[in-house]
Ligand binder design. Structure first.
Ligand code: NDP
Length: 325
């Protein structure tokens, strides 16, 4: 039998991906992305990598001379380390589509929780206050009669938009390019979108071009009934400006699944009652994480058996087929 191909596998990686990689490859399990942890004789043997890429992975990528592919867990990917690998001719893959519906479900739950205070209402019941003090307060906010703007109408954004429509609300959106098939009102700037809606759902990727684009001016444009939901990436929102806008009631409330410096969430946010805070659980069910883990493994298997990656990140599409020699 031929020797199985060696693949870097982070300790504590997704269970489904781990089981598959251990079955189909020779895993080199690492606690941290530290080249020193790779036995010298293994460095030349390693041809693939399963990862959650971030800049800390760059030295390891550079230390593996025969690395051919990096299979990244998650649809969002760190631009710096991904482009570093791609620049060396190493394709990077991600896990699009399989998580769209789950993340959209979470986005709607986050929006509903934010406006209807369901977390605080449940806390009222569990704390014995319903019995002892009476009904929970009527919520000042509602989803009724809102107009929703989606910043990033891509795969997940469209799954969110379908749900918003089913709730009987109008959808507008902003992308860099209009999507003629989408059938929602397009805005060519985020400022124009924010001026037209009172509820903004961020599902754009965390890239240099989206960084801090949701700033004080955008929040102000949402108005005093304004609600911000961020299910995309923490870096898209200027968190300090958001905290000020919530504190001085420039906007009414926010629901956040992602933060600028995870897992560190500003104490100012935690102290506020007009926010709903989730620990980045957009796709976090056993079902959906399993599908993502399968796609991580499938990309590696396809690369080494068929010579092509299944879901390369867009910047890697040109190199997602193996050079024949
Ligand atoms: P897609 O690539 O399908 O959609 C991204 C959308 O954002 C596109 O419509 C794109 O349109 C738009 N966009 C990108 N850059 C800009 C920009 N600078 N200005 C305006 N619009 C922009 O990605 P997905 O829907 O699959 O995923 C979106 C993001 O959701 C991921 O990148 C990830 O960060 C986040 N995510 C969060 C999860 C969570 O657990 N909270 C789980 C999964 C994903 P155009 O190119 O025309 O600008």
């Amino acid at each position: 039998a031929t020797k199985p191909i060696s693949i870097v596998l982070p300790e504590g990686f997704n269970q489904r991906a781990t089981d598959r990689i251990c079955k189909e490859f020779d895993p080199v399990i690492l606690k941290r992305p530290d080249p020193e942890l790779v036995p010298a004789e293994k460095r030349e043997e390693i041809r693939g990598m399963a990862a959650w890429l971030d800049p800390a992975w760059i030295p390891l990528i550079d230390a593996l001379p025969n690395l051919e592919i990096v299979s990244n867990f998650g649809v969002g990917y760190d631009p710096e380390s991904s482009l570093h690998a791609i620049g060396k001719g190493i394709p990077v893959t991600h896990t699009p589509s399989v998580l769209d519906e789950e993340v959209a479900d979470t986005a709607l739950a986050l929006l509903l929780n934010t406006v209807r205070e369901l977390y605080f209402a449940e806390e009222w019941l569990r704390g014995g206050k319903w019995k002892n003090e009476g009904n929970y307060r009527l919520t000042p906010l509602t989803l009724r009669e809102r107009t929703v703007g989606i910043y990033g109408l891509g795969r997940i954004g469209k799954a969110i938009a379908r749900r918003i429509e089913a709730f009987g609300l109008m959808v507008h959106y902003h992308n860099r390019n209009p999507d003629p098939e989408a059938g929602y009102k397009y805005h060519d700037s985020l400022a124009s979108l924010a001026a037209a809606v009172d509820t903004l759902i961020v599902v754009a990727p965390g890239t240099p071009s989206t960084r801090h684009t949701v700033n004080a001016d955008i929040l102000k444009a949402l108005g005093p009934e304004g609600v911000l939901v961020n299910i995309g990436r923490g870096t898209v929102v200027d968190e300090a400006a958001l905290i000020r806008a919530l504190a001085d009631k420039t906007i009414a409330a926010a629901g956040l699944d992602v933060f600028e410096d995870e897992p560190h969430v500003p104490a100012d946010l935690i102290a506020m009652r007009n926010v709903c805070l989730l620990p980045h659980v957009g796709s976090a069910s056993v079902h959906t994480r399993g599908k993502m883990g399968d796609l991580v493994a499938d990309n590696l298997v396809s690369w080494f058996t068929q010579g092509k990656a299944i879901t390369p990140v867009p910047e890697a599409r040109d190199i997602a087929r193996r050079r024949e020699n």
